[in-house]
Design a binder for this molecule. Structure first.
Ligand SMILES: *Cc1c(COP(=O)(O)O)cnc(C)c1O
Length: 397
């Protein structure tokens, strides 16, 4: 054991030396726009709480009522004795929203992505995946015996080349995030669907960073791109905009969902989503579907932040997703981004810096995430903190 522990100590030190160590700050408040931690109070600009539903009073009431009515836990997988009426209703609500035939719930989207490929695609099939896809898609695809192809991020020429290479496969599926989380860029779903049609491929979109707030009705990237009826399979999370508790899903044709219920390992061999989470998520979805005003507030906050930051001379990636990357290019960018993020916390604004290898070398950034729960004043405070921190770290040059 001693040798083993020494090796791990060396690995841990290496992670620190590489500047990749991740510390966890403990919140002493619920997740919301204004949080407190053990050390400080801060405005939070790094949560996925896009619609502000994580502490929405109606969600809390639904969850509290469910605790009393339905108990704390299921202590069973779904197919033994772990299905309550609200699990079925939650699946129905998601299907209805996305215009899909059926939906299957998982404990997380990580599990949904981990359980979908192995069942649907095997030997003789082809899975063609965007290079920037989420880790859970990558892992899920690895579990399948299908041939794997990768195309450069959102590169439609490369996607075509991979479709050519995969010709002759029994089933072919193109897999993409709806929104790429480090850039806030939407996948070019219309072109992807066109290519899929041309080559007889299916399309699977993981819409975790879009469901609930992208598209006029909150239906996500397919809705925003006008291809809601052309995407074959959707996966996503309940752990971001839709209340932010936990849970994931696969939506698609009835036969797909039926087969997943029979064969998908993270579904068959993992406990049912807790009643409180099912009920709270159901309420969150109900609110999200009718929250045109929250989506408008989110868009307004995002536009204001972009405008003020651009006026202040910051370098932003283009777009209008509430993920706004503030770029610090060049060799010194990683240090600058890290120090500016740290200085901002001193001024009561919580943001996170990302550098290599999470993003490419020379493309360090502070990723800001706006929420409908932010006020206009919150957004202005965030920009002011950026300006002050920049002066502190870089001087007045
Ligand atoms: C957050 C995220 C996930 C993981 O979702 P969980 O429900 O937290 O497991 C999966 N895919 C994408 C694209 C994500 O952004």
């Amino acid at each position: 054991m001693y040798g083993f522990k020494d090796e791990l100590t060396a690995t841990l030190q290496q992670i620190r030396d590489d500047g990749l160590w991740k510390d966890e700050r403990e919140l002493t408040s619920p997740q919301q726009a204004h949080i407190t931690t053990t050390k400080t109070q801060a405005l939070n600009f790094c949560a996925n709480n896009y619609l502000g539903l994580a502490d929405h009073p109606e969600v809390l009431t639904a969850a509290t009522d469910a605790l009393q009515q339905w108990g704390f836990g299921m202590a069973s997988v779904r197919f033994i004795c772990g299905t309550q009426e609200q699990h079925t209703r939650l699946e129905g609500a998601l299907s209805d929203w996305f215009g899909m035939q059926d939906t299957i719930l998982y404990s997380s989207c990580f599990d949904a992505n981990g359980g979908v490929f192995e069942v649907l695609f095997g030997e003789g099939d082809a899975i063609i995946s965007d290079a920037l896809n989420h880790a859970s898609l990558i892992d899920g695809i690895r579990l399948s015996k299908a041939a794997r192809y990768r195309y450069a991020n959102a590169d439609m020429d490369d996607l075509r080349a991979q479709l050519e290479a995969a010709k002759g496969s029994r089933r072919t599926v193109i897999v993409t995030d709806g929104v790429f989380s480090m850039d806030g860029y939407l996948a070019p779903l219309e072109q992807i669907c066109d290519l899929a049609e041309e080559y007889g491929a299916m399309v699977l979109v993981d819409d975790s960073h879009a469901v609930g707030f992208i598209g006029d009705g909150g239906g996500g990237t397919p809705e925003a791109c006008g291809v809601a009826d052309r995407v074959d399979l959707l996966t996503g999370t309940l752990g971001k905009a839709l209340g932010g508790a936990s849970g994931g899903y696969v939506s698609g044709p009835a036969e797909v969902v039926a087969l997943l219920r029979q064969r998908s390992r993270p579904y068959l061999f993992s406990n049912a989503v807790a009643p409180v989470v099912a009920a709270g998520s159901l309420k969150a979805i109900e609110i999200a579907r009718t929250s045109a005003d929250a989506r408008a507030t989110l868009r307004r906050n995002t536009a204001l932040f972009r405008e003020l930051m651009t006026d202040a001379g910051f370098d932003l990636l283009p777009g209008d997703h509430p993920i706004v990357p503030v770029m610090f290019p060049g060799e010194d960018g990683a240090r600058q981004a890290g120090q500016i993020a740290e200085a901002m916390l001193e001024h009561g604004v919580y943001v996170i810096a990302f550098s290599y290898p999470v993003v490419p070398k020379g493309a360090a950034r502070i990723r800001v995430q706006l929420s409908a729960a932010h006020s206009e004043e919150d957004v202005r405070t965030c920009v002011a903190a950026f300006v002050t921190a920049r002066t502190e770290v870089l001087g007045n040059s």
